[in-house]
Design a protein around this ligand. Structure first.
Ligand SMILES: Cc1cc2nc3c(=O)[nH]c(=O)nc-3n(C[C@H](O)[C@H](O)[C@H](O)COP(=O)(O)OP(=O)(O)OC[C@H]3O[C@@H](n4cnc5c(N)ncnc54)[C@H](O)[C@@H]3O)c2cc1C
Length: 306
C-alpha cells in the first residue's frame, strides 16, 4: 500500500474534486466489529456529482470498494487496497413526497428513515427501526426484518457506476432476492425512493418501540458484532444449525459465538479480523459435519489478510 502517493496522484489529476481523500485511513472505527486494517485511500465524496466526477477520472486499474455504516462488514487485518468510498453528509437528506413516499440519501441510517416516516404518518417502513445500517447498505443487502424486506418498500434507486455514469433503476431492475441485490457490483447507490401507506404516527411509533424492545431482548445489539453471520439456508434457521453443531459460546481468541443469539459473532475486546473469520469458518465446518448443510456468509468480508 502507498496511500500517500495515490492521494498525491489523485489530487494532481482531479483538480475539480470537492470531496476528501485520506491516506492509510483506519477503517476499524467505521465497522461494528471494530477490527480490520486501513483503507489505502479513503474518499468521502461531497455529493453525487463529485462521486461521478471521481469515478469517471479514476484510473481503471485502481480497485474501488464501497462501505456504508459497517454493520455487515468484516474488514480483514491487512486493510483494503485502492480506494474505499464512504458516503457522508452530502447523501444525508430525507424528503417526504406526495402519496406516502419518502426519498432518502443513502448515507441516512435506516433508523432515521423509520422515524421520519412515522413523523410524516407513513406506515410500512417501521421495520427499519431494527436494522443498524444505512440506506445504501439496505439497498445492497436487501435488508429486512419483522416480515418485510427493502425490495417490498422500494420504488426506485439512483446509483453511480464505476465509469461515473448515473442510473435511475426501478425496483424490478435490481433483481432482488433474500439478502441479495442483482445490480452490478460496481454500482454505488446514492438515493432511494420508498413507498409507504397512510398511518397514524402514534401507532407507528408504538410499533417501532416494540421492535426496539424485542431486539434488545433477543440480540446482542450492544456488542461489537456484524449481525447475522450466515444467511438462513432454504428450510432452515442458521442459529438452530449452529446450536445443534455445539457452537454456542465457541471462541477463537477474543472472537466468540454469541451465547444470546448464536448466528451472531462477537468481538469481546481484542479480536482480530482473522480470529473472527477463523471462528466463522470453524462454525461452517462443524455445521456441515453435523447437518450436511453449507452455510453461506451474509457478512461481507473485504480486504486482505495481515
Ligand atoms: C446488531 C445488528 C443487527 C442486525 N439486524 C439486521 C436485520 O434485522 N436485518 C438485516 O437485513 N440486517 C441486519 N443487520 C445487518 C446490517 O445492519 C444490514 O446488512 C445493513 O443493511 C448493512 O448496512 P450498512 O450501511 O452497515 O452496510 P455495510 O455493512 O457498510 O456494507 C454492507 C454491504 O453493502 C454495500 N453498500 C453499503 N453502502 C452502499 C451503497 N451506498 N451502494 C452500494 N453498496 C453499498 C457494501 O459494499 C457491502 O457490500 C444487523 C447488523 C447488526 C450489527
Amino acid at each position: 500500500m502507498n496511500g500517500g502517493r495515490l492521494v498525491a496522484q489523485l489530487t494532481a489529476n482531479l483538480p475539480e474534486l470537492r470531496g476528501r481523500l485520506a491516506a492509510e485511513a483506519p477503517l476499524k472505527e467505521y465497522t461494528w466489529f471494530r477490527v480490520g486494517g486501513p483503507a489505502e485511500v479513503l474518499y468521502s465524496p461531497a455529493d453525487e456529482a463529485d462521486l461521478a466526477y471521481f469515478l469517471k477520472h479514476l484510473p481503471a486499474d485502481i480497485p474501488v470498494t464501497n462501505i456504508g455504516l459497517g454493520s455487515n462488514l468484516l474488514v480483514r487485518d491487512g486493510g483494503i487496497e485502492g480506494v474505499v468510498i464512504r458516503l457522508g453528509r452530502g447523501f444525508g437528506e430525507i424528503k417526504i413526497e406526495e402519496g406516502g413516499r419518502l426519498r432518502a440519501g443513502t448515507a441516512v441510517p435506516d433508523v432515521k428513515v423509520a422515524r421520519a416516516a412515522a413523523d410524516a404518518g407513513i406506515s410500512g417502513l417501521s421495520f427499519y427501526r431494527g436494522i443498524p445500517g444505512s440506506v445504501g447498505g439496505a439497498l445492497r443487502m436487501n435488508g429486512g426484518a419483522h416480515g418485510k424486506e427493502t425490495c417490498e418498500a422500494l420504488v426506485e434507486a439512483r446509483a453511480v457506476d464505476r465509469h461515473g455514469n448515473i442510473h435511475v433503476l426501478p425496483v424490478a431492475d435490481l433483481h432482488y432476492s433474500y439478502r441479495h441485490c442483482g445490480a452490478p457490483e460496481d454500482f454505488i447507490f446514492t438515493e432511494a425512493l420508498f413507498q409507504g401507506e397512510p398511518g397514524d404516527p402514534a401507532k407507528i411509533l408504538a410499533e417501532m418501540d416494540e421492535i426496539a424492545a424485542y431486539r434488545e431482548e433477543v440480540q446482542p445489539i450492544k456488542s461489537r458484532t456484524g449481525g447475522s453471520t450466515f444467511k438462513n439456508p432454504p428450510g432452515h434457521k442458521s442459529w438452530q444449525l449452529i446450536d445443534a453443531a455445539g457452537c454456542r459460546g465457541l471462541s477463537v481468541g477474543d472472537a466468540k459465538v454469541s451465547e444470546m443469539h448464536c448466528n451472531f459473532l462477537i468481538n469481546e475486546g481484542n479480536a482480530t479480523a482473522a480470529d473472527i473469520e477463523t471462528l466463522g469458518e470453524t462454525v461452517r465446518a462443524r455445521v456441515k459435519q453435523t447437518s450436511g448443510v453449507e452455510l453461506e456468509w451474509e457478512i461481507k468480508r473485504l480486504g486482505i489478510p495481515a
